[in-house]
Ligand binder design. Structure first.
Ligand SMILES: Cc1cc2nc3c(=O)[nH]c(=O)nc-3n(C[C@H](O)[C@H](O)[C@H](O)COP(=O)(O)O)c2cc1C
Length: 311
């Protein structure tokens, strides 16, 4: 048994959180992570609707019982209807990442829900602590999707040394070895994203799973070209890590303006369309059901740590 703050608070078997992944983590994937013993999170991107959250939360609950919802904090500053929709769906966990969660944490707590925030620097950690979150996630630069610039291991150590809050890790964790390392370091669990993207339960464009399965760990790029291509107003503090393709090869670092980049973007073309994924892409070799991936990571970590404890 791997018992941590996370498993105790949520009553789950494994200290594994299915990362919120906008455009890829709907109700089915979320529910399957929970059914396997972790907790799945719906990824509510900026363009998500309250109706989507309500419908996918029902799917997740029916499959796995407990679930969470991940929101983009900076996008709530313009319109917080997605937070209302998330809380109305009665999740156990809400993630408020990329921005200051202070305006939103009291509402999450009033609803009896745990609040976590992904942090990319020690300054972010202080902002999250001041906001009153229940736990933080040290999200490293090797993570898929939007992230910061410090790698998971140095950031995790720095955050663990600097806070009394429970700390989870995100970025590059895709095997029992990765989870065991996080727990042995003092972490309360891990968010896993990229390792789930080869699974049939993901949503998104048809080409995305194939691209992921063919990618090596060297095939990702940390870039803002896909934000510009889709007119997503992200702060330059957070670029996105994606599998490189001919579109990113052409425009990343090219100096081209947003209008030109957006005009040339064809989302349906696999050589243009964004497939956000992290450096753990190289560890995903086959399309496996989500439940098998999650239970495999959890049970392998248990075995490794019991061996480690016997040493
Ligand atoms: C396709 C994709 C979409 C993501 N979308 C979100 C999101 O909507 N909100 C969020 O907080 N994090 C998002 N992330 C980041 C994840 O929550 C998490 O930090 C990351 O997947 C962990 O690293 P890993 O991909 O190496 O496992 C996304 C990641 C991916 C791969």
């Amino acid at each position: 048994m791997l018992t941590t703050w996370l498993t105790r608070e949520l009553g789950i078997t494994y200290p594994i959180v299915g990362a919120p992944m906008g455009g890829r983590a709907g109700g089915k994937l979320t529910g399957e992570v929970s059914r396997a013993g972790g907790i799945g999170m719906l990824g509510a991107a900026r363009y998500t609707t309250p109706e989507w959250i309500a419908a996918e939360a029902t799917v997740a609950r029916d499959i796995g019982g407990v679930f969470g919802v991940g929101l983009m904090t900076w996008a709530l500053d313009d319109d917080d209807a997605l937070l209302d929709a998330a809380l109305a769906a009665r999740p156990a966990l809400v993630s408020l990442s990329f921005g200051d969660p202070a305006p939103y944490v009291p509402r999450v707590h009033e609803a009896g829900v745990l609040a976590i925030a992904q942090v990319n620097t020690i300054e972010d950690l202080r902002v999250a602590e001041n906001a009153g979150v229940d736990a933080v996630v040290a999200q490293g630069a090797e993570a898929g999707g939007h992230t910061g610039r410090i790698a998971t291991l140095p950031l995790l150590q720095e955050v663990l040394e600097s806070t009394t809050l429970p700390v989870l890790a995100a970025g590059g964790i895709a095997t029992g070895r990765g989870l065991a390392a996080v727990l042995a370091a003092g972490g309360a669990g891990a968010l896993i994203g990229t390792v789930l993207l080869g699974s049939p339960e993901t949503i998104g464009p048809a080409y995305a799973v194939d691209r992921l399965l063919r990618a090596a760990s060297t095939d990702t790029v940390y870039t803002d070209v896909f934000d510009k291509a889709r007119h997503q107003p992200w702060s330059p503090r957070w670029f996105g890590r994606a599998i490189r393709n001919s579109f990113s090869d052409q425009f990343h670092g090219s100096g081209a303006g947003e209008d030109q980049i957006a005009a040339e973007y064809e989302a349906d073309d696999p050589d243009h369309g964004v497939v956000y994924a992290g450096q753990a892409a190289g560890l995903v070799k086959a399309s496996r059901p989500v439940a098998e991936v999650v239970s495999g990571i959890g049970s392998d970590a248990e075995k490794l740590l019991s061996r480690f404890c016997g040493m």
